[in-house]
Design a protein around this ligand. Structure first.
Ligand code: GDP
Length: 324
């Protein structure tokens, strides 16, 4: 089994590539950040989970990273007439997902069960798991004040300098039993190219998660979210700098530290190989591998997925893939 830890747009592209090239996509498990979740107009919204579900169901469009391709906006127009806030754009079909999630949660189902029900209805084959069934909420400190993540990210366009990040509720949040089981029974665990602070950060900060990863016998790999010191999309660089960190692959490798055996650097940054290895824990530096990690189209997603399968094979783990 392969397990991927991921956030939204960056991570999901790799997940999509893996689902396309694995001989048996049902052996893929995706553990998704839920610290971006929030309640809006009374609805329970789980943006990263939905990005993963819609992408794997073939419903996501281009690289926009949210919502359903070709969705319509009739409900949103009506909300406007009621003068309700519409900056968080909910398409009609997307809205139905949030209604279903909210209803099922109110009936007492766990977020893990609700996600499984949505995935099954959408025909998603890989297993999609919210990182926890507990409530965790990201807040960012900015010169404009302490903002809930979606206010910062969507409403204000991620333009405020971030000087601090908090995951409210994290001290009581444990990974679900399904997540722990996936980590225990995986042959390969991949930290996707997602924002290391606000997408992967909350997953690693769950109570017991670091112990579970340390105890896992899996080959643990991380893929850089930065190429040439810049993010492909989103505020990763600004966020790392705002938190006083260097913004390059070595800093990301240092953050993942002893939880990874292999760090996959972009081929364009191959000169950083030694710096990345040296950024890991001295007693257990990661092996550094290079691949073309830029996923600009579906072929790019599959190419990176195959490269990771090849890297796993070089480290002694055979994963069955379709022939190219
Ligand atoms: P969000 O929750 O929607 O912000 O999405 P993620 O956290 O999953 O992804 C954001 C991160 O993914 C950023 O750091 C991007 O640089 C990175 N990213 C996006 N696309 C790619 C890509 O094609 N290749 C690599 N290596 N990183 C990417």
């Amino acid at each position: 089994m392969i397990t991927v830890l991921c956030g939204g747009v960056g991570g999901v592209k790799l997940v999509d590539g893996l689902a396309a090239v694995l001989a048996d996509p049902s052996t893929l498990t995706v553990i998704v950040n839920t610290a971006d979740d929030w309640e809006y107009l009374g609805l329970s919204i789980s943006p990263d989970v939905d990005t993963v579900l819609y992408t794997l169901a073939g419903l996501a469009g281009d690289e926009r990273g949210w919502g359903i391709d070709g969705d319509t906006w009739t409900a949103l127009e009506m909300l406007k007439r009621y003068r309700l806030p519409t900056w968080f754009r909910l398409g009609d079909r997307d809205l139905a997902t949030h209604l279903a999630r909210t209803q099922w949660l109110r009936e007492g189902r766990r977020p893990t069960e609700v996600t499984a029900a949505l995935a099954s209805a959408l025909g998603v084959v890989p297993r999609v798991l919210p990182m926890t069934d507990a409530r965790v909420a990201t807040f960012v400190s900015t010169p404009a004040g302490r903002l809930p993540f979606q206010e910062y990210f969507v409403r204000r366009g991620a333009r405020d300098p971030v000087t601090g990040v908090e995951f409210e509720g994290i001290e009581h949040a444990r990974p679900s039993p399904e997540v722990l089981d996936a980590i225990r029974s995986s042959a390969v665990i991949i930290i996707a190219p997602s924002n290391p602070v606000v997408s992967i950060g909350p997953i690693l900060a769950l109570q017991g998660m670091r112990d579970a990863l340390s105890a896992s016998a899996a080959l643990r790999m991380a893929v850089t979210p930065l190429i040439g010191g810049t993010a492909v999309k989103g505020p990763t660089v600004e966020m790392l700098r705002g938190l006083g960190m260097r913004a390059d692959s070595a800093a990301v490798a240092a953050r993942y530290g002893r939880f990874i055996d292999v760090f996959v650097l972009d081929i364009r940054d191959r000169a950083l190989r030694d710096t990345v290895a040296a950024a890991g824990p001295p007693a257990q530096p990661p092996a550094v591998e290079c691949a073309d990690t830029l996923m600009t189209d579906p072929a790019g997603r599959r190419r990176l997925a195959r490269a990771l399968i090849d890297i796993a094979a070089r480290h002694g783990i055979e994963v069955a893939a379709t022939t190219a």
